[in-house]
Design a protein around this ligand. Structure first.
Ligand code: SF4
Length: 442
């Protein structure tokens, strides 16, 4: 169990100097006890106090890394039960299972091909989960060799057979894969292997109690780079168990469950599988192993993940300024919108689809969307007029016409006065841009 705020307070300097960003040492101690502050924020804590407070200062869920060098996936280090309380930190990693007795080259090639670009972000499958489905160590090792040659992605090695794990590690140890899994029968040997190779180790229980017992035994052997699996595979049970991990770790500072969690999908139907995966992304998997992946189903999953792991206090913004689409000239249309990335990329996609080379001015609204920015006086006629001037649009086009979003048609008159440009009111929704452009500019 962690320390209480008052326990922590006893170790602080009690000068209330406010450098930590809190009004008093007591307030800082309370925040620390709730995992909402970092001990580093106080410059005056003595080394002795640091030592005493290290467990309270550690995140309730340990940061565990898979991979080596530049290619590392971080899992855990979460402090919240609900994202709106602060944020979730490390997006759920997605792994796709490859059985060692199937066509490994073809499956890894298809996984390598699952690449998405959406609203300015690039997404790929994070890991290959290599499964010792054959039950044979030599086959597992051969599959590891093939897969390693095909991809730079990180690996989860799935076998409870220590001999097979050792064989695959001869190929992949330097890439620091996640070893899945230590169970009640093999945990001593698996822990030894994980320690010797510096690899994280998944721990598989039969239920929460047996998992807790097993984790404590492995920690007693001196290893803490762990990932949790309660053994459940039925959707509601998996969610219940992962919720227990998160609640006990964050609320009760129960260190035994203070590790990231791995979840496996069990549904064969691809749509049902993605629904199952989506619930695990929401609560609270750090890594999901999928059986199959269809590109059209994986995209909504990674989009959901991006939504959940976006910091709710920071709007997702694009660089404000001038964006040039295609081979523009002095007759090219000029559109304007905000720099909220979702709005911007929707507009950009639709303008690009018109195939008419165009300019888009993204006005700095602090990353908020058109109507919200308008309501908050961040998307005003003055601001748009200033952008037109600052970006020297008069030197770039000879028509002095600008398209504004239909939702802020009300800005037309004032913007014409402010800028001297003719304002064309565009469609209310970006989906109307192609039809609009055809009528206006084709
Ligand atoms: Fe107290 Fe340290 Fe915060 Fe100053 S920086 S108020 S000494 S906890």
């Amino acid at each position: 169990m962690g320390l209480t705020g008052l326990d922590i307070f006893k170790h602080l300097p009690k000068t209330n100097c406010k450098v930590c960003g809190f009004p008093t040492c007591l307030a800082f101690a309370m925040a620390l006890a709730n995992g909402k502050a970092s001990l580093d924020a106080c410059p005056d804590v003595s080394d002795q106090a640091k030592e005493a407070l290290s467990s309270a200062a550690a995140p309730p869920i340990r940061l565990v890394k898979v991979g080596a060098g530049e290619n590392v996936i971080q899992m855990g280090d979460e402090t919240e039960i609900f994202r709106h309380d602060k944020r979730f930190n490390h997006p759920t990693a997605v792994a796709i299972a490859v059985n060692d007795n199937e066509d490994v080259d073809a499956k890894v090639d298809s996984i390598n091909g699952l690449v998405f670009d959406r609203v300015g972000q690039h997404y790929e499958v994070d890991m290959i989960a290599l499964v010792n489905a054959s039950g044979d160590a030599a086959t597992f090792k051969a599959a590891a060799e093939k897969a390693a040659a095909k991809t730079n992605k990180n690996f989860v090695l799935i076998t409870q057979d220590v001999g097979a794990m050792e064989a695959a590690l001869q190929v992949l140890a330097a890439r620091k894969p996640l070893l899945y899994a230590a169970d009640k029968d093999n945990y001593e040997k698996m822990t030894e292997l994980a320690k010797a190779n510096g690899c994280p180790l998944a721990v598989k229980g039969e239920n929460l109690d047996s998992l807790a017992e097993l984790v404590e035994k492995i920690v007693a052997l001196g290893y803490k780079e762990l990932v949790l699996d309660s053994g459940a595979r039925e959707t509601s049970k998996v969610i219940a168990d992962m919720t227990q991990f998160r609640r006990l770790a964050v609320k009760k500072k129960f260190r035994t469950f203070g590790y990231p969690a791995i979840a496996f999908t069990s549904k064969d139907d691809p749509q049902e599988e993605m629904l199952q995966a989506a619930t695990y992304v929401a609560k609270y998997a750090s890594l999901i192993v999928l059986k199959n992946a269809k590109k059209e189903l994986l995209l909504p999953l990674v989009s959901l993940r991006a939504n959940i792991y976006t910091d709710p206090q920071k709007p997702v913004a694009v660089e404000p300024g001038l964006h040039v689409l295609g081979d523009v000239n002095e007759n090219s249309p000029v559109y304007c919108t905000t720099n909220f990335s979702l709005t911007y990329f929707l507009v950009e996609g639709e303008v690009a689809a018109t195939r008419i080379p165009s300019y888009i001015i993204s006005v700095d609204t602090g990353g908020i969307s058109v109507l919200t920015a308008y309501a908050d006086n961040k998307f005003t006629a003055e601001k748009i007029a200033k952008s037109i001037k600052d970006l020297e649009m008069e030197g770039k086009v000879n028509h002095k016409k600008i398209v504004i979003p239909g939702a802020v048609a009300v800005l037309k008159g004032k913007l014409e006065d402010e800028s001297g440009w003719e304002v064309i009111v565009g469609p209310r929704e970006s989906s109307g841009i192609q039809k609009f452009a055809k009528a206006q500019f084709a």
